[in-house]
Design a protein around this ligand. Structure first.
Ligand SMILES: Nc1ncnc2c1ncn2[C@@H]1O[C@H](COP(=O)(O)OP(=O)(O)O)[C@@H](O)[C@H]1O
Ligand SMILES: [Mg+2]
Length: 168
């Protein structure tokens, strides 16, 4: 598992519970459908201006891959790429529909690039409003948690737990 997370992401407003759901679903799929090679989570600052920052997120694996004719349908609820997927890997086919609807609610779109037997890449950009230090101090304990580059510690723990759950 490779983690490539920008250190210089400014403090932003982000619904961390929802963002977590996206990462959880994409990373657990990547781990589940990959038995050789690697899984990479990359979170990069794309661009920023005075008030906003665009964050690019991608989850890349070297696993099974998804056939071209399934790359549209897997976004629908209860849909898996093949009729053997459930038997071999379990799952309900609800992860990606959740990912799609959260990303759309955040005003963006999720993309996929995949080749059979080579791997898959799921990626999206989200535009976030910057927050100030004062806002950070005022709100960290409320419903929104503000995310800062260096404070991705929790993410590493969650991914480690997912990894252990899937592999053992
Ligand atoms: N990283 C991936 N590599 C290969 N296939 C994937 C990957 N992510 C998703 N898929 C395919 O898309 C389907 C739908 O994914 P998802 O909605 O998360 O359902 P589930 O994981 O419960 O099967 C999966 O069943 C699988 O066929
Ligand atoms: Mg899933």
């Amino acid at each position: 598992m490779n983690l490539e997370i920008d250190e210089d992401i400014p403090i932003v407003w982000l619904d961390i519970v929802r963002f977590n759901q996206i990462i959880n679903n994409l990373v657990s799929n990547a781990i589940k459908f990959t038995d050789k090679g690697s899984v990479t989570l990359r979170i990069k600052k794309q661009k920023q201006n005075k008030n906003n920052v665009t964050i690019h997120t991608e989850v890349i694996d070297t696993g099974l891959g998804i056939p071209l004719d399934k790359q549209e349908t897997i976004w629908e609820a209860f849909t898996q790429a093949s009729s053997t997927t459930n038997r071999l890997y379990g799952g309900t086919g609800l992860g990606l529909p959740i990912v799609k609807s959260i990303i759309e609610a955040m005003g963006s779109k999720v993309h996929i690039e995949s080749k059979m037997k080579e791997g898959s890449r799921f990626y999206f950009d989200i535009n976030l409003k910057k927050a100030t230090r004062e806002e950070l101090l005022k709100t960290t304990k409320k419903e929104y948690i503000i995310l800062k580059g260096k404070e991705y510690y929790w993410l590493k723990i969650i991914i480690l737990m997912l990894w252990l759950e899937c592999k053992y």
